[in-house]
Write a protein that binds this ligand. Sequence first.
Ligand SMILES: [Fe+2]
Ligand SMILES: [Fe+2]
Length: 274
Amino acid sequence: MAIRGRSGVIFRLLQISDCHLSADKAAPYRGRNADAELESLIARAKAWSPDRVLVTGDLAEDASEAAYRRLGEFFSRLDAPVCVLPGNHDKDDRCRAHFPEGPWPRPLRIEAGTWRLVLLKSSIAKRVDGAIELGHLDLISQWMQAEPEHPFLLALHHQPVPVGGPWIDRYMLQEPEPLLALVESHSQIKAVVWGHVHQAFEARRGAARLLSCPSSVANSLPNVQRFTDDGRGAACRWFELHPDGELATGLIGAREEPGRILRPRTIGDTEVDD
Ligand SMILES: [Fe+2]
Ligand SMILES: [Fe+2]
């Protein structure tokens, strides 16, 4: 059902991240069960009726066929097209076989109403930290030049700015400056979103909001030296993308009251020290 805002029909984008499913359904992930957490979250998220689902990496803990197959079954319950990008735990070929809409191997541009979603690969084989190819940023520049009136949302797995948790900021995007320079020089870029950090975070750069998505299995308290479970379990992020480039966002938690949507926690600006 189309929902209208002041500037026209709103596009509802749901971001899910860091599901960490294993071949063995019973395998614990940070003391939680990844299947059970995701199942509860999907039930809540389905009630929000997304127009599209964006999954930002670490879909599988062990890159197994069985994990990707079960993820496909879970996501199909949302009745919306699914696009994915790989995280440091994923294997591109296996992930691609189950989820053909992704940055395989170049960035993928998807139309979402007047918005353009760009999926960018930042994972590197056998590494936990991330990197992006400069040529891929050139491609995104060309897309923006070709459609100067359209708002863009860029998605990747690794955080391009520190989120304040040394345990995960050790493994952020290496050499993020070219990406951040692109963001600062293009007011068309309204959002940069990622996963990997297992917590919600928000900052600003140029005209863009920089936003992380919590994990669908286990999340950490903010600003701690080591991963420290926040006690809340699965969560994901929703976006309402307005035709004029405005966006609203918030979190859906597996254990929140039905219908209640949390506002994201804001932690200062990008210049925070970790
Ligand atoms: Fe993860
Ligand atoms: Fe990750």
